[in-house]
Design a protein around this ligand. Sequence first.
Ligand SMILES: *Cc1c(COP(=O)(O)O)cnc(C)c1O
Length: 347
Amino acid sequence: MGVLKHYRALLPIADKTPDVNLEEGSTPLIYLPRVSSHLGIELYGKFEGCNPSGSFKDRGMVLAVAKALEDGKRAIICASTGNTSASAAAYAASQGIPCFVLLPAGKVALGKLAQALMYGAKVIAVNGNFDRALELAREGAEKTGCAMVNSVNPYRLIGQRSGAWEICDVLGKAPDWHAIPVGNAGNISAYWAGYNEYKKLGKIEALPRMMGFQAEGAAPLVYNKPCPNPETVATAIRIGNPVSAHLARAAVQESGGEFNAVSDEQILEAQRILAAEGGVFAEPASCAPLAGLLKFKREGRLPEGITAVMILTGNGLKDPDTAMSQVGKPIEINDTLEDLMRVLECR
Ligand SMILES: *Cc1c(COP(=O)(O)O)cnc(C)c1O
């Protein structure tokens, strides 16, 4: 039914708020038996790749766009590592308003670029990194009166709380560990706020530990200093100066969690394991949490038997280039049964 309708009572929605809806949210919380037994825990993946634009960004974008329209804005603008632009462009298309997206030139996964262009956004490639594109977008919004729909827009994080509510509604409790990739640090902050709200409402008793995972080449929160030249294969978290760093630090501190860094190699290994042992194809950034859990397991720091939820933030289909560079080619045969029999080994 869409996030705005599903959680209307918990969101800042008035009668005059336009009804924006692409049936986002209500994504599957998938139990992963093989990966669970490997890790000695109960592991679930919340597959945000099932959202309409293929990432969790839709949860906050739907509210940000609804509120922008309510405020009389007639266009939206954002900077993006890819998924924010895809999401903004989708909702702008559904409402018939212009959308301007600023992307770091040459650093956006193919599927995301294809989406933004197909949805009809004005796509602007900036010769600079994400952090610079964000500064420019903010200045552009100020000068033109376009609604800024990056996560500096408070409605983004409010809508994203719905992910935490869905997890608790399905599990009947919060998990022991909440494992999540951290880029601009909005999502971890939103989940923490969502869990806290549910605790205040008496819907859950205990809060999870918030475990935030960054890529080693873009880990300002792990190393506690901005990273001027972020670099990682996980382009969705290729961010050196997170806007919501203060909120994310508070979430980790208050929950007794931690930030941790994983290498690109570990991220890609986790992506293959999630697909080949879990049957779930998520984009590289989404696999940082599994890489982190595998690392904790190796270091003997993963408590036996806990329930963990990892947020699989985006769909693997968004970044086919990275996937194809990791796997072999199909086996080619002539169109004969004889050739086929040479390949089949299911006896
Ligand atoms: C945006 C995004 C992230 C990072 O989320 P933040 O709120 O910026 O920390 C992680 N993974 C994917 C797939 C994303 O699109």
